[in-house]
Design a protein around this ligand. Structure first.
Ligand SMILES: NC(=O)c1ccc[n+]([C@@H]2O[C@H](COP(=O)([O-])OP(=O)(O)OC[C@H]3O[C@@H](n4cnc5c(N)ncnc54)[C@H](O)[C@@H]3O)[C@@H](O)[C@H]2O)c1
Ligand SMILES: [Zn+2]
Length: 387
């Protein structure tokens, strides 16, 4: 006997500047004829709440609206329960929908709540941060932190639609833009040299204009990052096809760094340090050229992303490899760039001995000796030494 079931569900991601302007409100037709509960956070509500409520009212959407003080520290089951309790209170039924209107924390919590309410109702994501728009908001995962482990409880629950408006990014703080840029550099390094070069050309403008300038390039960079991320997710949406995931680049040493810092070190900063370390490792092992690795490190520094932390030690690298092996079914599957835009996997830990890590950490702690390419403005380096 067997019960066939098919969990896969297709959804569209619309990228459209100016979504909250009424002329674009067709994007919101997914909400018609449903009872909708919008969940947002105080900052997003202050900046965009009125426009969102006006737009929903103009479309005659039957909606309720919940503002929750969400943050990384509050990404817990308690807040998922609060969303569930509100959905029940407002009478959200099987055919109704939640809307996550905010950053990655909001979409992770709302996605998780939607997966549990009546064993799964629909939700729509309107991500308002760069991380949300090119990473957290476009995948199918929701989740929370639990017992000091990040994202350890969660679900695969595809949204019904994702509406991406880059205009929301205009009000973000620069550190929040940098968090997203770190993830964009991650995907560029393993999949697209052209994207890496575009970030190299426009990086400072993108950061200081909060992704509003240059007009065409910012939209193209956002679109391309989303496209590449989706192409990777598409091959393994439920993470059960392979334990070799290109998007794990920058995510082997970073979890341990974040944890070791007591989560003072932000995720994007930890990913940047991990990428710098892995590129240095790749040159030490003869996998990536010194020039390519230097170019990566120069770009990270120029944009104000860190490449080293006092917490980076041989022991930490060793534990991170052990933790990654548990997560990746016994293989290291360390993603290392072979050149900018291409990567391969190191599967066994034998190549990764203590001395190699020691040499890499030494190099990164004094980066201006031979790692920085002379062509790229050393003097403008905004290098941060974290912790
Ligand atoms: N599910 C996934 O696949 C996935 C992938 C990557 C990251 N994540 C999760 O995403 C979270 C990080 O997301 P994040 O970086 O968006 O952080 P966040 O959701 O905490 O938002 C950061 C800050 O930006 C503010 N904000 C949001 N939109 C704004 C706007 N338009 N203007 C001004 N301020 C605004 C928020 O109020 C918040 O203070 C982490 O918890 C991470 O685990 C999930
Ligand atoms: Zn990440």
């Amino acid at each position: 006997m067997r019960l066939e079931n098919n969990l896969s569900r297709t959804f569209d991601i619309l990228v459209e500047p100016g979504l909250l302007e009424s002329k674009h409100s067709d994007a919101f037709s997914v909400l018609d004829d449903r009872h909708v509960l919008v969940i947002t956070t105080p900052t997003v509500d202050r900046l965009y709440g009125e426009r969102m409520r006006d737009l929903l009212a103009t479309r005659s959407v039957d909606f309720d609206y919940l503002v929750l003080e969400l943050s990384e520290a509050r990404k817990t089951l308690d807040y998922v329960q609060q969303v569930c309790a509100s959905a029940i209170y407002y009478g959200i039924g099987r055919k109704d929908t939640l809307v996550a209107f905010g950053g990655g924390v909001c979409s992770d919590i709302v996605g998780f709540a939607a997966s549990m309410i009546r064993r799964g109702i629909s939700h729509i994501r309107i991500p308002t941060t760069l991380v949300g728009q090119m990473d957290a908001g476009i995948g199918i995962k929701g989740g929370v932190n639990f017992r000091s482990k990040k994202n350890v409880l969660g679900c695969f629950h595809p949204p019904a639609a994702v509406l991406v408006d880059p205009v929301f990014l205009a009000t973000l703080a620069i550190p929040s833009i940098l968090q997203g840029l770190s993830e964009i550099i991650k995907v560029a390094l393993v999949a697209d040299r052209y994207l890496f070069e575009a970030v190299g050309t426009h990086g400072e403008t993108l950061v200081f204009s909060r992704f509003q300038q240059p007009d065409d390039a910012s939209l193209e960079i956002l679109n391309q990052s989303i496209k590449l991320t989706l192409a990777e997710l598409q091959q393994n949406p439920f993470e059960d096809q392979t334990l070799e995931r290109l998007l794990d680049f920058g995510h082997t040493f970073s979890p341990d760094l974040e944890e070791e810092s007591g989560f003072v070190l932000s995720h994007g900063d930890a990913v940047a340090i991990d990428m710098a370390l892995t590129c240095t490792l790749a040159t030490e092992l003869g996998i990536m050229s010194v020039e390519d690795s230097g170019e990566v490190i120069s770009l990270l520094q120029r944009l104000g992303l860190p490449i080293w932390s006092r917490l980076l030690s041989v022991n930490l690298c060793h534990s991170a490899i052990c933790h990654a092996m548990v997560h990746r079914g016994g293989a290291v599957n360390l993603v290392v760039p072979t050149t900018i835009g291409k990567a391969r996997f190191i599967r066994s830990p034998e190549q990764l001995d203590e001395n190699v890590f020691r040499r890499c950490i030494d190099k990164l702690s004094k980066p201006n000796e031979d790692l920085t390419l002379s062509g790229i403005a050393k003097s403008e380096s905004l290098r941060k030494i974290v912790m």
